[in-house]
Design a binder for this molecule. Sequence first.
Ligand code: IMP
Length: 194
Amino acid sequence: MRKKIVFATNNAHKLEEVRSIVDESWQILSLSDIGCNADIPETADTLAGNAQMKAYFIKDKFGYDCFADDTGLLVDALGGEPGVYSARYAGDGHDSEANMRKLLANLEGKDNRKAHFSTVIALIQGDRLTTFEGSVYGEITFAPEGEGGFGYDPVFRPDGSEVTFACMSSEAKNAISHRGIATRKLVDFLSENS
Ligand code: IMP
C-alpha cells in the first residue's frame, strides 16, 4: 500500500519534479486530488512562515499529512527584495514580465548584481513539523535571456554558469536549483522516516 501525502500545490511543474524523485512507496496528492480549491492564505512575512501556513491549512482542514513550499528571490543590493514578495513584486497580477522589468529598473546603476533564490519546504506528519531549505547563488543579468523556465529565470544566472536558468533544460536547472536542493532533502527525509 502506497503512503499518501499531500503537496499543497496545483503547480504541475512542481508536482512532476517531486514525483520524479520520490520513491514508489509514496503517492503525492495535489490540492485538486483532495478536492481543495480554496485560496490558501500566504500572509506571513518569511518564506518559512508562508510554507508552514499553507501546510497547516491543509492539515487542519483536510487531516492529511502534508508539505508546502515557498520561494523567493533575494537581491543583495536591494536589501533582500523582492524576497517573500517575489510573486507580486510589481503588483497583484503575478506577472513575471512586469516583475522582471521592475527588478531590472531597481538595479539600474548598481554594480552589485548578486542574488540568490531560496526555497523553504514545511512538512507536517502527525503533529511534527520539519522544514527543509535550499538556496542557489548567482547574479541578475542586465536583460532577460532565454525562453525556458518561469518567473525570474530569464534574469538569473547561477554562479558557475555562462547562461541564465531560462537557457537550461529543466533537468540541468533542477540539478542545482533552490527547489531541487530543498526537494531532495525532503525526499531523503521521507525515505528514511517512512
Ligand atoms: P512560489 O513560492 O514557488 O510560488 O514562488 C514565488 C515566486 O518566486 C514565483 O511567482 C516566481 O516569480 C518566483 N520563483 C519561484 N521559483 C522560481 C524559479 O525557480 N525560477 C524563477 N522564479 C521563481
